[in-house]
Design a protein around this ligand. Structure first.
Ligand code: HEC
Ligand code: HEC
Length: 377
């Protein structure tokens, strides 16, 4: 009898709980569809596996943004379309254009109204592998990074809600967002997630170096570039790979860390840009900048975070001289003046071997190709 009563009470509690839960869900369902938190939002299409060229590892994918054919295509369009800028003149590609190795020719970049930024545009190629984005690492993901330039007054200068309103007023975009995200309600999170998914396909590998080193094609590199590779790796010679890393199975050419080479230091060793330090307030980060990848480096002049070196030879000369003296110069940077002129030429030949033709799928969509004009010469 007692057992029966307990069973009955338990049964009753269960039913009541189920009723409360269902009612709760029914009540909140419409609100959720409209205002889901960004993290709970996934594209509706079938996730695609991004194929990587020789010499690159698998692309890290965030759990809440698996790339789909639809989000990649939408992101590519948003990347090349000046629609996100205040006066409809500047797209992401103005400063990270395909023909210049996904960077631009200015020492610092130029945004709407000819306004100059403070730093040189880094390449978007292989930025999918960066632990942190920007020269100073201030954005934790490609998604967060993409919010920056839209709103930045010296880049695209558009408030996020204004950018979204402009897209929402364009029936072509409304249809594309519906296909990609299952809703015609455009949000800034869906915009940046689409752009980030496209960026995860902007990859550079399969260069002569990769075919030589990972593909075992002995003819892929000239004799000079092969000697340059040895010098690049040798801790007693160039020692470049201690920061621009080359792994056993793939090469990112970056340790994803921050170092001070004294770029921008004046004659007294005073730095005009404190780099990573401004983010961490950690003394070790004073004047330190993220090690950039060296892929497609021959296409990416001018060089360094301030674009102060017009040629690769100028960048190499900086290392030969041991960087610019300042109290926080990285311990790995020291004069390399013992390298002969032939050895210097070999290192340059090696750096030239890191460029490969880029697939047309990462260039502008055909109907937007005409709209491409670089922001800086
Ligand atoms: C006016 C020029 C300009 C425009 C427009 C612009 N960028 Fe940039 N971008 C830069 C500069 C300059 C930096 C480096 C800033 C810094 O590190 O402080 C940068 C940094 C980045 C990085 C970080 C790369 C790395 O290695 O850390 C990515 C990724 C990127 N931009 C993507 C985009 C996307 C996507 C858009 C469009 C939504 C865009 N950019 C629009 C100039 C621009
Ligand atoms: C201590 C780590 C370290 C070592 C060693 C090192 N680099 Fe770098 N490299 C960096 C960092 C960090 C930057 C960016 C610095 C800045 O802009 O302030 C950079 C920038 C460059 C650039 C310009 C890239 C761009 O996007 O503008 C080239 C080219 C380059 N390095 C080549 C070399 C070569 C060649 C060697 C060997 C002789 C070498 N590096 C050794 C860390 C290193």
């Amino acid at each position: 009898m007692r057992i029966l009563r307990i069973t009955f009470v338990a049964f009753f509690i269960l039913i009541a709980a189920a009723l409360i839960l269902t009612a709760g869900r029914l009540n909140t369902a419409p609100a959720l569809a409209a205002d889901q938190p960004a993290a709970a939002l996934k594209p509706i299409g079938k996730p695609v596996a991004i194929t990587v060229p020789l010499g690159l590892p698998p692309v890290p994918i965030p759990a809440d943004n698996p790339p789909t054919a639809e989000t990649i295509a939408l992101g590519r369009r948003l990347y090349y379309d000046p629609i996100l800028s205040a006066d409809n003149t500047i797209s992401c590609a103005s400063c990270h254009g395909a023909e210049t190795g996904f960077t631009d020719r200015g020492s610092v970049s130029t945004g709407v109204g000819g306004k100059k930024g403070a730093r040189h545009s880094p390449t978007v190629l292989n930025s999918a592998y960066s632990d942190l984005q920007f020269w100073d690492g201030r954005a934790p993901s490609l998604e967060e990074q993409a919010k920056g330039p839209i709103i930045n007054p010296v880049e695209m200068a558009t408030a996020h809600d204004a950018a979204v309103a402009r897209l929402q007023a364009d029936p072509k975009y409304v249809a594309l967002f519906k296909q990609a995200w299952g809703t015609d309600r455009i949000t800034i999170d869906r915009v940046v997630k689409s752009i980030a998914s496209f960026e995860r396909t902007v990859l550079c590998g399969n260069s002569p170096f990769d075919r030589f080193y990972y593909g075992h094609d002995k003819k892929a590199l000239s004799a000079s570039a092969q000697r340059g590779l040895k010098l690049f790796l040798d801790p007693k010679k160039g020692d470049c790979a201690s920061c621009h890393t080359i792994g056993e199975k793939y090469a990112l050419f970056t340790d994803n860390k921050f170092h001070n080479l004294g770029i921008g230091a004046d004659i007294e060793g005073k730095l005009n840009d404190l780099g990573r330090y401004d983010q961490t307030k950690n003394d070790a980060d004073y004047g330190a900048f993220k090690t950039p990848t060296l892929r497609a480096i021959a296409l990416r002049a001018p060089y360094m975070h301030d674009g102060s070196f017009p040629t690769l030879n100028d960048a190499l000369s900086h290392y030969i001289g041991g960087g610019n003296a300042n109290p926080h110069l990285d311990k790995k940077i020291h004069a390399l003046d013992f390298l002969t002129f032939d050895e210097r030429a070999d290192i340059l030949a090696f750096m030239d071997s890191l460029t490969a033709p880029l697939p047309t799928e990462i260039g502008p969509p055909p109907d937007l190709a005409k709209a491409q004009k670089p922001a800086t010469k």
